[in-house]
Design a protein around this ligand. Structure first.
Ligand code: AMP
Ligand code: ZN
Length: 106
């Protein structure tokens, strides 16, 4: 999607470092961290929010990526958040899962 910041990150427009990536999902650091570790788990495919999700396999892939990346980083205790819709605090309308660990401020 042309005007989507996460699509631009995924396409490499900002040379963002991916903490982890696979065929379907990328993981990068949140620019405004609310914990010692604050990562965003993002599908390569543009889906605006959970409300628009129609791919039943994708959420499983995202959650398995949460498991894999936290394991890789040695993090066993963490919070996951999915904000859906403006009133719930969604700012970027490209589906993503927040991973927060250590001194969580949310
Ligand atoms: P949400 O409120 O769930 O939509 O979360 C969007 C998150 O994306 C916020 O925590 C922002 O700090 C983060 N964010 C916005 N732009 C960028 C960016 N260019 N790189 C990394 N994280 C970003
Ligand atoms: Zn997008």
């Amino acid at each position: 999607m042309d005007d989507c910041i996460f699509c631009k990150i995924i396409s490499g427009e900002f040379n963002t470092d991916f903490v982890y990536e696979n065929e379907d999902v990328v993981v990068f650091k949140d620019i405004n961290p609310k914990a010692d570790t604050h990562l965003l788990v993002v599908p390569r495919k543009h889906v605006a929010s959970l409300n628009e999700l129609d791919d039943e396999l994708l959420m499983g892939k995202l959650l398995m990526t949460v498991k894999e990346v936290t394991k890789k980083l040695g993090i066993s205790s963490y919070k996951t958040i999915i904000n859906t819709g403006k009133e719930a605090g969604q700012v970027v309308f490209h589906l993503h899962i927040h991973i927060l660990a250590g001194n969580i401020k949310l």
